[in-house]
Each structure stands twice: as structure tokens, then as C-alpha cells.
Design a protein around this ligand. Structure first.
Ligand SMILES: NC(=O)c1ccc[n+]([C@@H]2O[C@H](COP(=O)([O-])OP(=O)(O)OC[C@H]3O[C@@H](n4cnc5c(N)ncnc54)[C@H](O)[C@@H]3O)[C@@H](O)[C@H]2O)c1
Length: 272
């Protein structure tokens, strides 16, 4: 029986891995033994993540990659395989959102959301599975969706539709790739602290208090909690998991429609 998380000698490719959740994944995978290839547009942030991976004694490579361009994602995977000889793990982390009601949005924005969140996953998966199949050692693909992929998200409709698509694609691929020994999983975070999250507004005592009321675990997730989960899912400890999505939300979606009372702290229906 497999004991512990050991990713020694495995090679991971992380899209948009220079900062935020991608960097948390990259650093955690390295902590458990993996070499890491980061594709991102931000060379400066990537240099810091590369340095952190190398400080852990693992190899790291940055490949400048615009996740809106499928040929650059294909090249990212090819360069990873060329540099480190294999690809065992792909984290489809690239994604992004801007807030606007659907009827106020334009086609250019729909297409950008779809390219960034959905097409980037398709292109990187296509390229990585080819390399994984050639290597005949199986692999793991983690698709970074969102809680918005499992509920309506007013103001974020196209993003949410893409994130739902990521979860559905995860199920199909789990079946199509099972005989290759490739496991496919999705993560659905709500609030894990990253530059992307804080861009929606600075943390104030009021926002922290509001968060305490709707998240059962009372707070945002952090880098270690998120990274540890990614490493576990990529390890042989999780060898019987495929085709599922895991909410990384401190219980927020489990308590949907309820929040803690400001007065008593007990759970109450939002609209009794
Ligand atoms: N942080 C959360 O709690 C949360 C919640 C739900 C979903 N997500 C998903 O997690 C993923 C990462 O989110 P985050 O919060 O870490 O974001 P972030 O904004 O903090 O980091 C995004 C990274 O993407 C890179 N990037 C931006 N545009 C790019 C492009 N065109 N090509 C390549 N790289 C590009 C940035 O340089 C940065 O390194 C996204 O798919 C997001 O939808 C995050």
C-alpha cells in the first residue's frame, strides 16, 4: 500500500503558474519531489516561483506562455518534455474573469473568457496526453474550475459556464483516458487567498466578518492548504480517484442559502 505523498522524478506542467493558485500548486508539487515547468505571461513573478522551486532542490523551467494562444500551450508542453524528458502532471490552472452582467457584455469578452478558461484547458490537455501516452507511465491532470462551475453566478455568467464545462470535461476525460493510466480531476475553489481574489477588493474587517458568516470554516483558504491538496491528488495516495471535482471552499457551498446570524452566531436561512 502506498504510504505518503512522493512525487520524486515526476514532471509537472502548470499553466499560469507564476503566481496565485498556480504558484501554490507548483511549489507544493516541488516540495513533494516533482520538477516543475511553469507557463505564464509574467516573467518577473515566474522567476520568483522558479527560485522557490529550485530552493527546494527540484528543477524548474519557465516558458513564456500566453494561455490565450493554443500554439503557445502546445509549445509549453513540448518544451517541458524536451527539457525534463517526460510529463506526468498537468495543472490546467489558467483562467480569469471580469464582472459584468451578461446583457452588458460583448462577444469579444465572451470569446476571451472561453479562450482563457476553456480552450486553454483543451489545448494543454491535448498536448500533454500525447506526451503522457508516449511515456506509457500514465499521468494526472488537474483542472482548476471554481465553485461558480456548480451554481449560477450573476455578473460572471460566461466564466461560470466555462468552469461548468471544465467539470464536465473532467468527467469525460476520466473515462476516455482511464486505460492510459491517466487520472483526471477538477478542483472547485471558492476563496483561496491570491492576487486574483484580492483584486476584487481589499480585505477589511467588514469583509472578513461577512466571510465568517457564510463560510463554515470562517476564513479563506491559504497556499499550504491548496498546494497540499494538489500534491495529494497528483500522488499515488489518490490512485483510485478520477473523474471527480472537489470543492475547496471551507464548506461554503455546503451551507448555501444559510449564514450565521450577526446576533447569535447560529445558522439562519438567508431569506426565511
Ligand atoms: N483564488 C481563488 O480562490 C479561485 C477561486 C475560483 C477559481 N479560481 C481559479 O484558479 C485559477 C487561478 O486563479 P488565481 O486566483 O490564482 O489568479 P491570479 O490572478 O492570482 O493569478 C493568475 C496567474 O495567471 C497569469 N496569467 C494572466 N493572464 C495570463 C495569460 N493570458 N496567459 C498565461 N498566464 C496568464 C498571471 O500572470 C498570474 O500568474 C483561475 O483559473 C481561477 O479561475 C481561483
Amino acid at each position: 500500500m502506498t504510504q505518503g505523498i512522493d512525487l520524486t522524478d515526476r514532471v509537472a506542467v502548470v499553466t499560469a503558474g507564476a503566481s496565485g493558485l498556480g504558484a501554490y500548486a507548483a511549489i507544493s508539487l516541488a516540495r513533494y519531489g516533482a520538477d516543475v515547468v511553469i507557463g505564464d505571461i509574467d516573467a518577473e513573478a515566474a522567476a520568483k516561483t522558479v527560485a522557490e522551486v529550485e530552493a527546494l532542490g527540484r528543477r524548474a523551467l519557465f516558458v513564456e506562455t500566453n494561455a490565450l494562444l493554443t500554439d503557445q500551450l502546445e509549445s509549453l508542453v513540448e518544451q517541458a518534455a524536451k527539457a525534463f524528458g517526460r510529463v506526468d502532471i498537468l495543472v490546467n490552472n489558467a483562467g480569469g474573469v471580469s464582472k459584468r452582467n451578461f446583457m452588458d457584455s460583448i462577444e469579444k469578452s465572451w470569446r476571451k473568457h472561453i479562450d482563457m478558461n476553456l480552450v486553454s484547458m483543451l489545448a494543454a490537455t491535448y498536448a500533454a496526453v500525447k506526451v503522457m501516452r508516449e511515456g506509457k507511465r500514465g499521468g494526472v491532470i488537474i483542472n482548476v474550475s471554481s465553485v461558480e462551475g456548480t451554481r449560477g453566478a450573476p455578473g460572471f455568467a460566461v466564466y461560470a459556464a466555462c468552469k461548468a464545462g471544465m467539470i464536465n470535461f473532467t468527467s469525460s476525460m476520466a473515462a476516455e483516458l482511464a486505460d492510459d493510466g491517466i487520472r483526471v480531476l477538477a478542483l472547485a475553489p471558492d476563496m483561496v487567498r491570491t492576487p486574483g481574489i484580492t483584486r476584487f477588493g481589499a480585505e477589511t474587517p467588514e469583509t472578513a466578518a461577512a466571510r465568517e458568516r457564510y463560510i463554515p470554516l470562517r476564513r479563506m483558504g491559504d497556499a499550504e492548504e491548496y498546494g497540499g491538496l494538489v500534491a495529494f491528488l497528483c500522488s499515488d495516495m489518490a490512485s483510485y480517484l478520477t473523474g471527480i471535482h472537489l470543492r475547496v471552499d471551507g464548506g461554503a457551498l455546503a451551507a448555501t442559502g444559510f449564514q450565521r446570524s450577526k446576533d447569535t452566531g447560529s445558522w439562519e436561512l438567508l431569506h426565511p
